[in-house]
Design a protein around this ligand. Structure first.
Ligand SMILES: [Cu+2]
Length: 131
C-alpha cells in the first residue's frame, strides 16, 4: 500500500509539471502574437500615394504629401507603359510598381516619366508638393 501512495504522488507531480509546461507554452505563444500585432500596426503610419498614367499624362497635375512622413507611391499604368522618376527623392518606378520614400524637406519636386513612351513623353510631368 505504501508503494501505491508513492506512485500516486509521483503521478500527480508529473501531471502538475506537464500542466505548467503547457501553460508556459501558451503564454509564450500569446507573447509572440502580441509582437506580431505590434509590427503590423507600423505600416499604417505610411501614407499611400496612388498615381495612374495614361498617354500622355499622370492623373493629377499636383500631388500633396507632408514633409517627414513615410510615403509609398504606387504607379498603375492604365494606358501605355510609363514610369515615374523623382530625382531628389531617389524614386524610380518603371511600369506598374511601388516605391517608398520620405521627403524631409518641404518644396516642389518634379515627377516625370522615365520610359520613352511616345510623342507625348516629354509632357508627362506632374508636381509633388511637400508641405
Ligand atoms: Cu514616357
Amino acid at each position: 500500500m505504501k508503494g501505491d501512495l508513492v506512485l500516486k504522488k509521483r503521478w500527480l507531480l508529473s501531471v502538475c509539471v506537464l500542466f505548467l509546461a503547457v501553460l508556459a507554452a501558451c503564454g509564450s505563444e500569446k507573447a509572440e502574437e502580441g509582437n506580431e500585432k505590434g509590427s503590423k500596426s507600423e505600416p499604417s503610419n505610411t501614407t499611400q500615394l496612388d498615381i495612374s498614367a495614361t498617354n500622355f499624362a499622370f492623373d493629377q497635375e499636383e500631388y500633396n504629401i507632408t514633409a517627414g512622413e513615410e510615403v509609398t507611391v504606387k504607379l498603375s499604368n492604365e494606358e501605355g507603359q510609363h514610369g515615374i522618376e523623382i530625382d531628389e527623392l531617389d524614386v524610380s518606378i518603371q511600369g506598374d510598381g511601388e516605391a517608398t520614400f520620405t521627403a524631409s524637406e518641404p518644396g516642389e519636386y518634379t515627377i516625370y516619366c522615365n520610359i520613352p513612351c511616345g510623342e507625348g513623353h516629354n509632357d508627362m510631368k506632374s508636381t509633388l508638393i511637400v508641405q
